[in-house]
Design a protein around this ligand. Sequence first.
Ligand code: SF4
Length: 285
Amino acid sequence: MINSEIEAEIRRMFAENYELMRIEGGHSLSADVKETALNQVIHYWRKMKDVAENVTDTEVKLNLPELTTSQGRKYGIEGVVDIIREEDKTVMYDIKTHDSDYVRANTAEYEKQLNVYAHIWQGLRGQELDQTAIIATSYPKAIANALKENNERRLAKELESWNPLIDIPFKQENVEETIREFGEVVEAIESREFKPPSVDKLKSSLPGKKYTFAVQVCRNCDARFSCSAYRNYIRSSAAKSDSMLKRFLNDFGSDLEREDWRFSNLAVTPSPEDEDTVGEVSSPM
Ligand code: SF4
């Protein structure tokens, strides 16, 4: 397939997937949001096509079964990775929808998960790995801005400097500790311990980001209105600024989310003529 055919196929598959998800999930996207998502897929393909074309095993399922938590609960760890085998080299990739700057600033977080996958691959499958890496598919804000401004020169420059591939070193010595930490999370979930982090954590800046945890994570969390940590964060911030409390009480999502909700629902709301028709058809008379 030549490049233009591949991109046409990506567009076709994107439209098909979107339609499936819309029917299954009952959520629609406005044309703008859909275009942004498609742009992300196309630019990701253009940037990563050398890697994508060489993948030898896609979506390889890894499974570490029969683990036991400190309290004796059984659990297993599962993951999905891509593998590239070239002559004398094997590389494992884990694809994340996060942005590359964030992954680079938080490699320790990703290292843990990828190291367990590498351990499963090498230990259970008995196959050596030469490299492990994360592919961060979300493009940086600079690219999003260049696309919004329709600035082709800036877009070309930003795409050139975008590097979604982040090497993650394999450290066998950390694997046991990571598996134990997974067990602790399982234990907390099974014991129904869902305590949110402290307000101080919400106020702290995320590594690699200029925003705080509250702005970057909580503002996108569906549980924020019933979360005691978020409410306390708003209260303590509102003590300094009255507008903060008003913002919380009037928080119906971002402008984009609201606009998206309005447009996508308008698009699927039947017109008065349709309603008449529906009424006639469904009438038992
Ligand atoms: S609002 Fe959501 S992300 Fe933020 S602390 Fe509460 S549960 Fe966690």
